[in-house]
Design a protein around this ligand. Structure first.
Ligand code: F6R
Length: 615
């Protein structure tokens, strides 16, 4: 959700903080603010709207130069996105500045208590209580770090907090519980941030901050403790991508860049995973083959696009392993009394590794005794840290809010897990596994070919810019692809879009079809399951007969669909289970072009944020 950055060192803090905020703006972007410590005082500027507004305000009224600063981009929870509610928040004397990500659940009680003690609040936020509580601790003689620990013990809910004090010119203090925070380790300078992209231009060495910890940074020291002040062991890591990876690289939008990166992302996810004996290597494996042989049920938990990747994976998992596989929205899972035990393998899928719904579902599953395997794109994030085993997707940083390359790589990673399970449980022979791996290795050039043929799809988007609704149909693995196509269009082009299992049409949704309604249909290969193919060809005819404008995604050489397609998008021939990797690409490109032509911000759609750290 919100983007957070803090800096102490020899550089101009404001420049470092603003640069970090630019890289974090994808996390939240409804207001932004900075505070620096200079000459024994705090200087603060904040502005509603995108970061550009803050930058304008800072050029109109510069803050004094300083080597200690904090900054924030907000995704509003408490109080509308106004200047007043933008972070940082100060105490009454203006000595403590605080920025925050998350929700302080007992803020109403704390606010009431502070107001009764005579404190006047300046904002509607939950965050402001922390500024006043910290100030009271410091006024009573505590150091800023001790004050933070004391205050954290009083807070319920999820938070990353970062604070500076006017009389502590070279110190930034931060704390986390159930909300992301990492430390960047530089030479003569240190950083705290919501994710490494904020400081990657300065250092690739980082330190994890776990839940329930406070970190104090000065230019030369980093001190990590728990909320009671006891020292905790450090876990350092090195970031394996650089600042250039977080740039647009000549593309108009991050989303376009990330769509274009998909062939490489898929290849990287496969790279070096299989040893000479044909065994899959997971990144962090704290589960033995014997434990995996005991598994009698798999439950996949995820949100949004990652959930759709899970829906695709279910088909392969059940087909290759013969283990029953459920896929559930993480936000629903723990509220339905699910049947989970030691025989259950829970697979959590998350690009960011910080999605709160998924994290809470994971914890619930572990509490019930399940073994948890994470499929994640972000090294050192909370979800992989709390799982028994991890397979990283290695898609590289995804900046656009609309997820693209994560989807493809999550499917590939799930397939690797399924093959591994199939192999060790004997439901797949070594040569069968090797055959699928060869098919997977052939996918990057196929995705490349789809990318090279997208101009007609962009033209189609331009011609449909005034459509009021777009429908997406699929069957089998094409069904989650249809859902993903609709999600992309909703989130960035703000169009009504819905995905359906094509067989469900006649049970209601077909009533939506009227003259000219664009309907995308993902057609399975006629060579895989011809019965599926024939059924969907009938579905295309049904909607076309009722006036739909059909946009058919079908494999090269499939001539049977031609008479029923108003627009035909060709994708390379692939095995049935791998078709989603090519079929989704035109839908991503269509949504991206549609958003652009309708004049919307492709990378930062309204009301959304990249990493959803509230439930
Ligand atoms: C859609 C999108 C979201 C995320 C969802 C889960 O384009 O980006 O639906 O897929 O919020 O996020 P992660 O994968 O980070 O857990």
């Amino acid at each position: 959700m919100c983007g957070i950055v803090g800096y102490v060192g020899e550089q101009a803090a404001l420049d470092v903080v603003l640069d970090g905020l630019r890289r974090l703006e994808y996390r939240g972007y409804d207001s932004a603010g900075v505070a620096v410590v200079a000459d024994g005082a705090l200087a603060m500027t904040k502005a509603a709207g995108k970061l550009a507004n803050l930058e304008k305000a800072l050029s109109a009224e510069p803050v004094p130069s300083s080597s200690t600063g904090i900054g924030h981009t907000r995704w509003a929870t408490h109080g509308p996105p106004t200047d007043r509610n933008a972070h940082p928040h100060l105490d009454e004397a203006g000595r403590v500045a605080v920025i925050h990500n998350g929700i302080i659940e007992n803020f109403a009680r704390l606010r009431h208590e502070l107001e009764r003690a005579g404190v006047t609040f300046q904002s509607d936020t939950d965050t402001e209580v922390v500024s006043h509580l910290l100030a009271a601790e410091v006024a009573a003689g505590a150091e800023l770090g001790d004050a933070m620990r004391t205050v954290c013990r009083r807070l319920d809910g999820a938070f990353t907090l970062v604070a500076v004090h006017s009389e502590a010119p070279d110190r930034v203090v931060a704390a986390r519980r159930n909300s992301p925070l990492v430390v960047g380790l530089g030479a003569g300078e240190n950083f705290v941030a919501s994710d490494v992209s904020a400081f990657i231009a300065h250092t690739r060495d980082a330190l994890e901050v776990a839940d329930g910890q406070v970190v104090e940074i000065t230019p030369d020291t980093v001190v990590l403790t728990d909320f009671d002040g006891a020292p905790v062991p450090e876990r350092r890591f090195h970031v394996d991508w650089d600042a250039a990876a977080a740039e647009k690289d000549g593309h108009d939008y991050f989303m376009l860049k990330e769509i274009a990166e998909q062939p490489k992302a898929v290849a990287d996810t496969l790279l070096g995973r299989i040893d000479e004996a044909g065994n899959l290597t997971l990144d962090e494996m704290r589960l033995s083959d014997d434990e995996l042989r005991e598994i009698d049920k798999i439950i996949i938990l995820a949100a949004g696009t990652s959930y759709y990747a899970g829906l695709v994976a279910k088909y392969a998992i059940e087909h290759w392993t013969r283990i029953a596989c459920e896929v559930e929205l993480a936000s629903e899972f723990r509220y339905r009394d699910p049947i989970v035990d030691r025989g259950t393998l829970v697979v959590v899928i998350s690009q960011s590794g910080e999605t709160m719904d998924t994290l809470m579902a994971l914890r619930y599953a572990r509490d019930q005794g399940a073994r948890v395997l994470a499929i994640c794109n972000t090294n050192g994030a909370t979800i992989p840290r709390e799982s028994d085993a991890v397979l990283y997707t290695r898609a590289g940083i995804e900046v656009a809010v609309a997820s693209t390359k994560a989807f493809l790589t999550q499917i590939v990673a799930c397939y690797l897990v399924a093959l591994y399970l199939g192999q060790i449980r004997g439901t797949k022979w070594g040569d069968e596994v090797a055959g699928v791996l060869r098919d997977l290795a052939a996918m990057p050039p196929k995705v490349e070919r789809v990318l090279a043929s997208m101009e007609p799809v962009r033209e189609l988007a331009r011609s449909l810019a005034d459509a009021t609704s777009v429908l997406f149909l699929g069957r089998h693995v094409g069904y989650p692809v249809a859902l993903e196509g609709a999600l992309k269009l909703k989130e960035i082009a703000y169009m009504h879009a819905e995905g359906f299992a094509a067989g469900e049409l006649k049970h209601g949704p077909i009533a939506l079809i009227e003259d000219g309604v664009p309907v995308f249909v993902v057609v399975p290969s006629p060579q895989g399951r011809s019965v599926l193919h024939d059924k969907i060809v009938s579905n295309i005819q049904e909607v076309r007969a009722r006036g739909a404008r059909t946009i058919v995604i079908a494999e090269e050489g499939d001539e049977t669909v031609e008479p029923y397609a108003d627009h035909l998008i060709r994708v390379p021939v692939c095995p049935t289970l791998l078709q989603p990797l090519v079929a989704v690409v035109p839908l991503q490109v269509f949504a991206c072009e549609m958003a652009a032509v309708r004049g919307f911000d492709v990378d930062q759609p309204r009301n959304l944020a990249k990493s959803v750290t509230v439930e």
